[in-house]
Design a protein around this ligand. Structure first.
Ligand code: GFB
Length: 317
């Protein structure tokens, strides 16, 4: 299967986000026309507006990178927002695409769709085989619904809609707000601020023992474009690096990069979340795609981006 993107009009929903922005940069290297809409122009939670915009623009393909996202604490604190907003975005965009006769669509989910205690590394077939991790089940249920919508439109209407499930992502354009961010940007900011203020230590949430897999947003974008060009099947595809690391070791790595040598203190009143979620990378690797950015290099370049774009502008949130 090959979907030729040259000359095609591709709508990237969520282009202001870290992943959507990376996908736009990736598509700009191909001879296709990238369509985007700011939130002021198009609110994807609004079904009528979404139907109208997609019907007017009639893209050849859509990438659904729009989502309400956040780290473990944000997911746990705002379950209604994470469930409703993400359900609305998935159902509005996918249904509007079908109505407007858009035949190609890539939906992005997350590795948290898998059961909390799934066998590791987690294969695609582990979906819906056990209970979810409670801190993010709301987000996970919405993302599972997105996968099912793609499968349902494929089955009932013959639409060529596919889904990709990225692991924990990081990179330029990430959210560095300590209450709502994911762990990696939070650690970069904490280590940087500790270094500047001469603090004795930095604090991480939980026990530091959970393991997480990380992938740079540019690698994720490259995988997404690869899938858009080369994959057509109902089963979703894991997008990861195939390697994981404990949160404590990650914190050490970030501190080394930033240049903070103090001890790492654990705040065990904060949740650990799922103990481990290393996805099997075999399916995508088997198709010929592999990531290119090593974690250490990705952390260094993301810290550089943080210094240039967040610290210099005075905006660290
Ligand atoms: O990245 P994170 O917020 O999300 O947290 P999840 C990963 C791990 O890092 C958890 C620990 O064990 C956290 O307790 N951690 C340590 C920290 N220090 C910090 C810190 O300062 N900030 C943060 N945020 N974490 C999310 C899901 O789960 O992963 C989403 O909630 C989504 O739904 C996303 O799937 C990819 O990996 O636990």
């Amino acid at each position: 299967m090959h979907f030729d993107l040259s000359g095609k009009r591709v709508f990237v929903a969520g282009h202001r986000g870290m992943v959507g922005g990376a996908i736009v940069r990736q598509l700009e290297q191909i001879d296709c026309e990238v369509l985007t809409a700011s939130r002021a122009e198009l609110d994807l939670i609004d079904q009528a507006a979404t139907r109208q915009w997609i019907a007017q623009q009639r893209p050849d393909a859509i990438v659904v990178a729009a989502a309400k996202v956040g780290g473990i604490l944000a997911n746990d604190t705002y379950p209604a927002d994470f469930l409703f907003d993400n359900l609305a975005i998935a159902s509005n965009v996918i249904e509007a695409a079908h109505r407007a006769d858009v035949n190609r669509l890539l939906f992005l989910g997350s590795s948290c769709i898998y059961p909390k205690l799934a066998d590791q590394p987690i294969v695609e077939e582990a979906l819906l085989t056990g209970p979810l991790e409670p801190t993010n089940e709301w987000y996970a249920v919405a993302k599972i619904a997105g996968i099912k919508l793609c499968q349902a439109y494929r089955r009932q209407h013959g639409r060529d809609y596919i889904s990709a499930m990225p692991t924990n992502l990081y990179g330029p354009g990430d959210n560095f707000d300590l209450n709502s961010s994911h762990v990696l940007p939070a650690l970069i900011r904490k280590a940087h601020e500790a270094k500047l203020s001469g603090a004795e230590d930095i604090t991480i949430w939980g026990t530091g023992t959970p393991r997480r897999e990380f992938l740079h947003a540019d690698d994720c974008a490259s995988a997404c474009v690869y899938l858009l060009q080369n994959y057509s099947d109902a089963v979703h595809v894991n997008v990861g690096s195939g390697e994981d690391i404990t949160i404590y070791d990650l914190a050490r790595m970030v501190c080394d990069t930033v240049g903070f040598a103090g001890p790492i203190v654990k705040d065990e009143t904060k949740p650990d979340g799922t103990p481990r979620k290393l996805m099997s990378a075999d399916k995508l690797r088997g198709m010929g795609w592999a990531p290119r950015i090593e974690l250490a290099d990705g952390i260094a370049s993301t810290y550089e981006w943080f210094l240039q774009n967040r610290v210099q502008s005075g905006a660290t949130a």
